[in-house]
Design a protein around this ligand. Structure first.
Ligand SMILES: C[S@@+](CC[C@H](N)C(=O)[O-])C[C@H]1O[C@@H](n2cnc3c(N)ncnc32)[C@H](O)[C@@H]1O
Length: 255
């Protein structure tokens, strides 16, 4: 079966998932993923069956005895390139194993569109994603034919796509219903609406002469909500005023 013969599906808005959202990571360095997904919310999300994260070594998809995954680039110049055959083989096998649905294939790349909260929300509605981590100079361009989307985590260059894949899985997973206990806390986060979160305080109410704003101790829910709205607006104005600009607002609605 060729990659394009299966169809990619997204869960319609508002529907709870019955199956875990699957993330398949294709990487030269599977061990890098051992720590981050075995702690905190992502660990719990896996235990609760909300997400499933599988790490696959690209070397497992080579056919030669040296398990060669990279080679010098045509035309000369510094740096190795990930070979097209193992990439094809890996995407082919992972697609077949999830048929009849086609997984959504993402190549983590500094040349992609920058990851935003809006994009993370869109991806949280997918059922199965394959995250392709490049290394060295990147991947053979011919493999881009099987990539649905190229995503960058920012305008800087890292050694490999592994850290970006971790960032993407973390931010997408926390938007999957049930991963974070209270939906409200997600909706108040920075960027869910085009503003930053309000400021937060915890005990003690006074520390070295610095007081927590009086209203937060008042128990008056309406006044607290008003204070938080104001705090959110003031944080945005001070730290990211461009989020409030008409140009930005016109392109932003999240849900
Ligand atoms: C050293 S980079 C290659 C950069 C490539 N030569 C370029 O300039 O576009 C190696 C790999 O790291 C990953 N990578 C580096 N920076 C990234 C970023 N900002 N976002 C996502 N992935 C990135 C990509 O998978 C890339 O193939």
């Amino acid at each position: 079966m060729l990659l394009e013969e299966t169809k990619s599906h997204s869960r319609p808005l508002g529907l709870e998932k019955t199956m875990p959202v699957q993330f398949d990571i294709l990487t030269l360095f599977p061990k890098m993923f051992e720590g981050p997904f075995n702690e905190s919310l992502l660990k719990k999300a896996q235990e609760k069956g909300l997400i499933e994260i599988r790490t696959r070594s690209l070397r497992d998809f080579t056919a030669d005895k040296h398990k060669q995954v990279d080679d010098k680039q045509f035309g000369g110049g510094a740096g190795m390139v990930l070979k097209v055959e193992p990439l094809f083989q890996a995407l082919q096998e992972l697609s077949i194993s999830s048929a009849p649905e086609k997984p959504w294939v993402i190549y983590l790349s500094p040349q992609g569109k920058t990851l935003t909260q809006k994009k993370a929300l869109e991806l949280s509605r997918k059922n199965h994603m394959i995250l392709l981590c490049g290394h060295y100079e990147g991947i053979d361009e011919r493999a881009m034919e099987w990539v649905d989307e190229e995503i960058s985590i920012g305008d800087y260059v890292l050694t490999g796509g592994e850290l970006p894949a971790m960032v993407l899985i973390d931010t997408v997973s926390r938007l999957i219903p049930g991963v974070v206990k209270e939906q409200e806390s997600i909706e108040n986060d920075s960027f869910y609406k085009p503003v930053l979160d309000h400021s937060h305080y915890t005990r003690p109410a006074e520390f070295l002469g610095r007081q927590v704003p009086e209203v937060l101790l008042s128990g008056n829910h309406r006044e607290i909500a008003d204070w938080r709205k104001q705090s959110s607006f003031s944080n945005t104005t001070k730290k990211r005023p461009e989020l409030l600009s008409p140009e930005f607002l016109s392109g932003v609605p999240l849900s």
